[in-house]
Design a protein around this ligand. Structure first.
Ligand SMILES: [Fe+2]
Length: 168
């Protein structure tokens, strides 16, 4: 799968801009320092006025932690997910929600994946942690029960951006 950047519409861009600006406002005094710093560092490739271009973002990451975005159609099986993380690849959807569905989606779209998950991968400590987590998951692919526990651990902490910082 590939991101067909030229196929995005004016509505996609409008949706992206609204979501981005709204969330930046919402994050003030709430989000982790590392996350906010990552957003700041990524400004040239991740901002409100332009839909994210995966090629550009991947290029940007080559000089940082070496992660790359891989296009997927939506949620993927857990073993595929851990295998990707073990290779420093993060899955992302390429489609964007419509203007009528700004507030809630059942499946992750590009805003969820790129705005929510990608920035922290540029921070060394977080990058190492997720990489190791992926390798651990990959090593447990044939052990169904352990894999499920690891999946739940991921889902109820990392997925929701749970981070403990010393200052708060
Ligand atoms: Fe997610």
């Amino acid at each position: 799968m590939k991101q067909l950047y030229e196929n995005y519409t004016k509505e996609d861009l409008d949706v992206w801009k609204i979501l981005f600006e709204r969330q930046i406002e919402n994050l003030k005094n709430k989000a982790s320092k590392d996350y906010l710093q990552a957003l700041d560092e990524m400004q040239s490739v991740l901002n409100a006025s332009k839909l994210p271009n995966f090629e550009e973002i991947n290029q940007w990451f080559t000089n940082k932690t070496g992660w790359s975005i891989v296009c997927v159609p939506g949620l993927i099986p857990v073993d595929d997910f851990f295998e990707l993380l073990a290779e420093k690849k993060f899955p992302s959807s390429t489609w964007l929600r419509s203007m009528e569905k700004l507030d809630y989606l059942e499946e992750p779209d590009m805003f969820h994946d790129v705005f929510g998950h990608i920035p922290l991968l540029s921070q060394n400590e977080y990058s190492d942690f997720i990489h190791q987590f992926g390798k651990l998951g990959k090593s447990m692919i044939l052990q169904e029960e352990k894999l499920q526990m690891l999946q739940r651990l991921y889902w109820f902490t990392i997925e929701f951006g749970l981070i403990r910082e010393t200052s708060n």
